[in-house]
Design a protein around this ligand. Structure first.
Ligand code: URA
Length: 198
């Protein structure tokens, strides 16, 4: 199997409701060696249409946030807990999340990212396997075992939350800032960091 084949799901019929509601499977985008992996909930209408995660309004908020902290969309990997659009944009069910889990784990293992950033409640709870008060816990970094490997996970609010509640914009940006710093510091091999000049 080639690398892209490893990460791209081209055929899957495990979730009957999602097979009905999707027009395509939406795989992750971005470098396969990215330091940061952003994980959303699942494709919405725009993503289903264009075949790429976070390309609608939430995507614009994410792109703007990344730019604000000195990152570009092309620098990071972006994926979702489920790869098919749920009907009426409902949350994916526990069963659907489980069906798609192997694809997500394969992507995480292949990338081996410095930090996984969960965007919103669904991905945070799915990967931490506990209930999460996202607004309160945004910006906190945890270690969690995923497919047997300890991973660093940073909780973040969903970009769409900032559209309905302006106070969440700061929470969102602060979490992205922390993600950028964690990725940057870990690139330093213990030598130069962005703080060394201060
Ligand atoms: N919201 C998500 O959680 N994922 C997307 O890809 C788009 C919006």
């Amino acid at each position: 199997m080639g690398e892209m084949e490893d990460l791209c799901v081209t055929e899957c019929t495990r979730c009957p409701a999602l097979v009905d509601s999707r027009s395509r499977i939406v795989n992750g985008v971005g470098p396969e060696d990215a330091d940061l992996l952003f994980v959303g909930e699942g494709p919405g209408a725009n993503e289903d249409d264009q075949g790429e995660p976070f390309v609608g309004r939430s995507g614009s908020v994410l792109d703007d946030g990344l730019r604000t902290v000195g990152l570009a969309r092309a620098d990071v990997r972006i994926t979702n807990c489920v790869r098919c659009r749920p009907p009426e944009n409902r949350d994916p069910t526990t069963e659907e999340l489980e069906h798609c889990r192997g694809y997500l784990e394969r992507e995480i293992d292949h990338l081996d990212p410095e930090v996984i950033v969960t965007l919103g409640k669904v991905p945070s709870e799915h990967l931490l396997d506990r209930s999460v008060a996202v607004t309160k816990e945004a910006g906190s970094l945890e270690e969690v075992r995923i497919n047997g490997t300890p991973r660093r996970l940073l909780i973040c609010v969903h970009p769409a939350a900032t559209l309905y509640d302006r106070s969440q914009a700061e929470t969102f940006e602060n979490a992205l800032q922390r993600a950028a710093e964690l990725a940057d510091v870990d690139d330093s091999d213990g030598g130069q960091t962005r703080l060394d000049g201060f």
